[in-house]
Write a protein that binds this ligand. Structure first.
Ligand code: FUM
Length: 593
């Protein structure tokens, strides 16, 4: 195998480089192109195959089309949903910009579902209320049936093409190019379709590379969700924040994990156990099946653990939709119907759907402020922003509310470009010393040379099983330590991963090995942070520390990796102060649904 040398690199100069073409990346690319910047948007898949396309249920905004609503109530629900770990300046920014984000999407042609009056249809969703948790459930989620992400991503792509965004499709981002002064100069990427390596220099690199739920065996994410940007940050010495918080969506199809949208419960579906009981009424007397996801997932895990699961192994539960009319299911939940039929062989209008919690969303990620600048305890990293699921702003804190993810993507992508526009001048060329690229090339060449006899697919399965078993809905020191030990053994075996194919052209084996490196480092950080946080908050439930401990743990965790792979942790305070005086800080209270 001939190593790639620096003379073989193709060099590009842009004002901004965006890594990822999901909702956040695409929205940022569109906004930056419209603002007159030269933008390179890198995507390892065709842009409209990015994972946002799979988002189903909706996008939140307090429009009040179907009942009273107010962005302040949305903010309260988001803070409560986050179990008070969300930063209140960022949450205010998101909730008060939500209506504008929806108007923007309508203006670019997203065909949202409507009421007979012509107004946008809105559905209730888990954990969302009116009057600061004291009123009725809020009708807040705008949707395009149950294909909301699909509608948004395709409209954005059309607009981005119209505005001449340059997409670099099937480019796999390898590493951040860091200058000695710790500013970011650009990205090294592999063009998989042509077998070439590229340097993208830019005044601003924006990571919109998504989450990493693929570390779990049962997940709702597509196989591309390997958190590549997160791993790039860790390798560049940038910490990741709140990685212990992983959301399990209550209704993954049993066994395969595919998503059955929460909209199914919003439209009247409910969960039952083997006794036919609507058990959520016991766990969440007010919100029932529409309590927040961490609460529902834990209730389901408890029902199963206590022997009230269904099926031969009593290891899942049923989601009932049979009482809804077939016409309503086909109109409002067509994807649910198709998914249940394809992956559970069930006609959802006649039989219950077998479901169990499935890893769905990773709340942790690259620490940013509400302007999307990557910010650590040492300050802001020049030249680097992060948005979308890759970022930890943090608007979701310890648990994300349904339909706040699409909103987060839209609001912070646009906000990032607005902010970047205030200090970036179009057409200014930047670069870095060749010595900043040499170690990145060495790493790539070394991985390509993998002469060992281990297979990335086998290692991935082993990691996913470990995460599922030892870092799931319920955790304690003993199981986390066992999981940690298993992951460390896999970590030691990484150099043994084989890459027999020496070509750079569509080398699937090399891609799997590179993604495996990215996944494993994030698994390790998740377990490490989960072991450190000795309390229960949101999606992180420690059986050995079953209550929230604000005195010691009302803080974000930051985990850093050194160049030998050793992890260390720090904390930073939660920003409890909203951005404006239009709302008082929302003070911690007992979380009840
Ligand atoms: O269930 C769902 O439709 C998922 C929505 C979300 O994660 O925001």
């Amino acid at each position: 195998m001939v190593p790639v040398s620096s003379s073989a690199l193709t060099i590009h100069h842009h004002d901004m480089v965006i890594v990822g073409a999901g909702g956040a990346g695409m929205m940022a690319a569109l906004a930056a192109s419209k603002a007159g910047f030269s933008v390179a948007c890198l995507s390892k898949v065709f842009p409209t195959s990015s994972h946002t396309v799979a988002a189903q249920g909706g996008i939140n905004a307090a429009l009040g089309n179907m009942g009273e609503d107010d962005w302040r109530w949305h903010m309260y629900d988001t803070v409560r949903g986050s179990d008070w770990l969300g930063d209140q300046d960022a949450i205010e920014y998101m909730c008060r910009n939500a209506a504008r984000a929806i108007a923007n999407l309508e203006n670019i042609g997203v065909a949202f579902s409507r009421l007979p009056s012509g107004k946008l249809y809105q559905r209730i969703y888990g954990g969302q209320s009116t009057h600061f948790g004291k009123g009725e459930l809020a009708y807040r989620a705008i949707s395009a049936a149950d294909r909301t992400g699909h509608a948004i991503l395709h409209a954005l792509y059309g607009q981005a093409v119209k505005h001449q965004t340059q997409f670099f499709t099937e480019y796999f981002a390898l590493d951040l190019i860091m200058r000695e002064d710790k500013s970011v100069a650009g990205v090294l990427a592999w063009n998989m379709a042509e077998g070439t390596l590229h340097v993208f220099y830019a005044q601003m690199v924006i990571l919109a590379s998504g989450g990493y739920s693929q570390v779990y065996q049962t997940n709702t994410s597509s196989s591309i969700c390997t958190g590549d940007g997160n791993a790039m940050c860790l390798r560049a010495g940038i910490p990741l924040q709140d990685m212990e918080f992983v959301q399990f969506h209550p209704t993954g199809i049993y066994d395969s994990g595919f998503l059955i949208t929460e909209a199914a419960r919003a439209e009247g579906g409910y969960l039952i156990n083997s006794e036919g009981e609507r058990f959520m009424q016991r766990y969440a007397p007010t919100y029932g099946d529409l309590a927040s996801r961490d609460v529902v997932a834990r209730a389901m895990a408890t029902e199963i653990a206590e022997g009230r699961g269904v099926g031969p192994d009593k290891n899942h539960l049923y989601l009932c939709l049979q009482h809804l009319s077939a016409a309503a299911i086909h109109e409002k939940l067509p994807t649910v119907f198709e998914t249940a039929s394809a992956f559970a062989a069930v006609d959802a209008s006649k039989s219950p759907i077998p479901v169990s919690p499935s890893a769905h969303y990773t709340m942790g990620g690259i620490p940013t402020n509400y302007r999307s600048e990557v910010t650590t305890n040492d300050g802001t990293i020049p030249g680097l922003m992060a948005i979308g699921e890759a970022a930890c702003v943090s608007v979701h804190g310890a648990n994300r509310l349904g339909c706040n993810s699409l909103l987060d993507l839209m609001v912070f992508a646009e906000g990032a470009i607005q902010h970047a526009s205030s200090f970036i001048k179009a057409g200014v060329k930047t670069d870095s010393k060749p010595s900043t690229i040499t170690p990145l090339l060495d790493r790539f060449n070394q991985i390509r040379q993998g002469k060992g006899n281990l297979n990335a697919g086998t290692m991935k399965s082993s990691m996913q099983r470990t995460m599922q078993q030892y870092a799931g809905v319920f955790r304690n020191r003993h199981v986390l330590e066992e999981g940690d030990a298993r992951l460390n053994r896999l970590w030691a075996e990484l150099p043994e991963l084989a890459v027999q194919d020496t070509s750079l052209l569509w080398n699937q084996q090399l891609l799997e090995v590179l993604e495996m490196h990215n996944l494993l480092v994030q698994s390790r950080v998740t377990l490490y942070a989960a072991l450190a946080r000795e309390e229960s908050r949101g999606a992180h439930f420690r059986q050995d520390f079953p209550t929230r401990n604000d005195a010691e743990w009302l803080c974000h965790s930051l985990t850093t990796m050194d160049r030998h792979g050793a992890l260390s942790s720090a904390t930073r305070p939660v920003r409890m102060q909203p951005l404006s005086k239009d709302i008082e800080p929302i003070l911690p209270e007992m979380r009840q649904y």
